[in-house]
Design a protein around this ligand. Structure first.
Ligand code: PMP
Ligand code: GLN
Length: 405
């Protein structure tokens, strides 16, 4: 028998599915995959339920229901001052995941180069490669994750078609600064390149950090494809409703990709997301402040347990260095041990790198978009497991056994 597609056959199952399955197997508190354990806003859920019952369940328009496209355009203006024509500049997709793939499909020809910034979300690289494009990777370095300007500039060249960037960034919780964005804007203009901007955490920033869409910078309106996710903005990750805002000429090409991938997205969910996007500013502020309190709770708890906790400026995630605890193994070994022994699941940070061998191997990513009781239970379980682990070492008359892969 001939082999199936080589690239897909060689793509592993996503780390989020792997770790969630391991969490279920061991009855672990799942702080791995980034999904809230509470329902989203009741009025939005109710709108979706009601919308099922009024006989509009057939295919919606391909680029999205007019009411949602109008709501996306209005939100662009209300939050970011970006003027958008809803009929021609918005495409609704089945999640940001589809929006990312459709945007890359819309831009890339085989041989085009794409600049990507590590640590990166797990769908980016395989999709770029599937399209026959050439990834150019640039790395942010912990603990500050600042933009390495010289390396970024060096990654751009005559064949650069696009930059794919994510702010606020999963997993490192970085929010790009105005100065970093201005530097990126200059590179894009000098190299006549586009930017696919994954902004699914646009409303989730902390400590006075504010998200700035690259698209809102002078001269960048025509170069950016800006992606949002109702899953993140309304804490309803299973809904998979995403939206791309792009200049009309690109939006119509993204619509072609959407036509090939899914064609449309469930109409009742689209109608409910339109209701959500029209909620008052206080909803969006409340989302950020609620998650900020959870960020504080988990980061203080992890620091108390002895982790080296990195700063979290946005997103659902905290990265924590486990070496101060005395663990000498790598992040995959640590996350496996944590799931099996402490019964708490986190994601090894090296999963967000193209080459795990050269990636940082001493950080675990914890999701804090959970009930306080869930966070407290995870912390209590880790505290008990670390105490038992240290105790074992003492009984053996030695330092705690270093955990190795
Ligand atoms: N991009 C990033 C950075 C993410 O963290 C996620 C996570 N869920 C997605 C895209 C996908 O969003 P969606 O669930 O809307 O497909
Ligand atoms: N974005 C989520 C995360 O980073 C997971 C999404 C998924 O499981 N594909 O945890």
């Amino acid at each position: 028998m001939k082999a199936p597609n080589t690239l897909l056959a060689n793509t592993g199952t996503t780390i989020f599915t792997v770790m969630s399955a391991l969490a279920a197997e061991h009855g672990a508190v799942n702080l791995g995959q980034g999904f809230p354990d509470a329902e989203g806003p009741a009025d939005v859920v109710r709108a979706a339920a009601d919308a099922l019952l009024d006989q509009r369940n057939q295919y919606p328009p391909m680029t999205g229901l007019p009411e949602l496209r109008e709501a996306v355009a209005a939100a662009n203006w209300r939050f970011w001052g970006i003027e958008v024509e809803p009929a021609t500049e918005v495409v609704v997709t089945s999640g940001a995941t589809e929006a990312i793939t459709a945007s890359l499909m819309a831009l890339l020809d085989p041989g085009d180069e794409v600049v990507l910034i590590e640590p990166l979300y797990d769908t980016y690289l395989p999709v770029v490669r599937m399209l026959g494009a050439v990834p150019r990777l640039v790395r942010l370095e912990p603990p500050r994750w600042e933009l390495p300007r010289a390396a970024l500039a060096a990654a751009f060249g005559p064949r650069t078609k696009a930059l794919l960037m994510n702010s606020p960034q999963n997993p490192c919780a970085k929010v790009y600064t105005a100065a970093e964005l201005a530097f990126i804007a200059d590179l894009l203009q000098r190299h006549d390149a586009y930017a696919v901007c994954d902004e699914v955490y646009e409303h989730i920033t902390f400590d006075g950090w504010r998200h700035i869409p690259l698209m809102s910078l002078p001269g960048l309106r025509e170069r950016c494809l800006r992606i949002g996710s109702a899953g993140k903005t309304f804490s309803l990750t299973g809904w998979k409703v995403g939206y791309v805002t792009a200049p009309a000429v690109l939006a119509s090409t993204i619509a072609k990709a959407h036509q090939l991938l899914t064609f449309t997205t469930p109409p009742n969910l689209q109608r409910a997301v339109a209701v959500g996007l029209a909620k008052p500013d206080s909803y969006f502020e409340g989302l950020a402040r609620g998650l900020e309190a959870k960020r504080d709770r988990l980061s203080a708890g992890l620091a108390r347990l002895g982790f080296g906790v990195l700063e979290t400026r946005g997103s659902y995630f905290i990265s924590a260095d486990f070496r101060p605890l005395g663990f000498a193994g790598d992040d995959v070994a640590f996350c496996r041990w944590l799931t099996e022994t402490a019964k708490v699941t986190a994601i090894p940070l090296s999963a967000f790198y193209a080459d795990a061998a050269t990636a940082p191997r001493h950080y675990a990513r914890f999701a804090f978009c959970k009930h306080d009781t869930t966070l407290d239970l995870a912390l209590a379980r880790m505290e008990a497991a670390f105490a038992a682990w240290r105790g074992e070492g003492q009984r053996a008359g030695a330092a705690p056994r270093a955990l190795t892969a």
